[in-house]
Design a protein. Structure first.
Length: 256
């Protein structure tokens, strides 16, 4: 069985397999502890770094509620950014790549009195076996000008228009771009956005440029994709399609 935790993307909440439902508590708790099970020999992780971690989470009675190894991929996040529960922030800092630790996390550094879903009860002490798989410098979203987008597109870089269908129909789109709606009219992250993006951007280092109307939406979601999901070669048209047309660049009609 798996627990659906939450990842904070673009200030909204969407479902993801990751340990990112942050309790509103301080980071000190007398019952927190960790044990080094296997020493690592790689780089030491520090706050502000992008980390990839495999883990198994258990309740105090031994019930396993989540296991990244069974899913076949580690989770990635920026340590110290509030993306994970405080017990992880406290227990992972200082690990070396290859190191394995067992974290014992009291409720106040985990999910507190609320618990999480049906598998983590209120006031639960959690035990995690964690392995630090990789560390890197946290990724950042780059700004692109119209000329940058033209050159990138001509070199085969994936270009994605994240607006909604009525916007595409109204203004047209940049030739050669994919159309994948990122947000609903209410501002919620579209459930199809990440699956469709992954279908055309198969790896985290695949170059991609996003654009919207004026760059606001792509600035938000692009930063989240870089910082939270680890996309390493992502940029956005900072002036949007408004800036594109203002410089005399052409668009083509949107054909559903």
């Amino acid at each position: 069985m798996k627990v659906f935790h939450f990842i904070r993307i673009v200030g909204l909440i969407c479902f993801s397999f990751s340990l990112t439902m942050v309790a509103s508590v301080g980071v000190n708790a007398a019952d927190f502890s960790y044990e080094i099970v296997v020493d690592g020999n790689g780089e030491v992780v520090r706050k502000g770094m992008q980390v990839s971690v495999h883990y198994q989470g258990r309740l105090a009675d031994g019930t396993v509620f989540d296991d990244s190894q069974k899913r076949g991929e580690p989770i990635s996040f920026i340590l110290g950014s509030g993306q994970v529960i405080p017990g992880w922030e406290k227990g992972i800092v200082g690990m070396r790549v290859g190191e394995k630790r067992m974290l014992t996390i009291p409720p106040e550094l985990g999910y507190g009195i609320a618990g999480a879903g049906s598998l983590i009860p209120p006031n639960a002490t959690l035990i995690f076996d964690v392995e630090l798989v990789a560390v890197s410098v946290a990724q950042k979203l780059s700004n692109a000008k119209p000329i940058d987008l033209k050159i990138a597109r001509d070199n085969g870089v994936v270009v994605v228009d994240i607006r909604r269908p009525e916007e595409w129909a109204s203004t047209g789109i940049i030739a050669g771009s994919y159309t994948i709606t990122a947000f609903s009219k209410s501002g919620q992250l579209h459930l199809d956005f990440l699956p469709k993006l992954k279908a055309i951007v198969p790896t985290l280092d695949t170059p991609v440029i996003l654009y919207c109307r004026t760059g606001n939406r792509t600035g938000t979601i692009g930063s989240a994709l870089a910082k939270q999901l680890g996309y390493s070669d992502i940029a956005h048209l900072s002036s949007g399609i408004v800036g594109w047309t203002a410089e005399g660049e052409l668009v083509v009609p949107y054909n559903p």
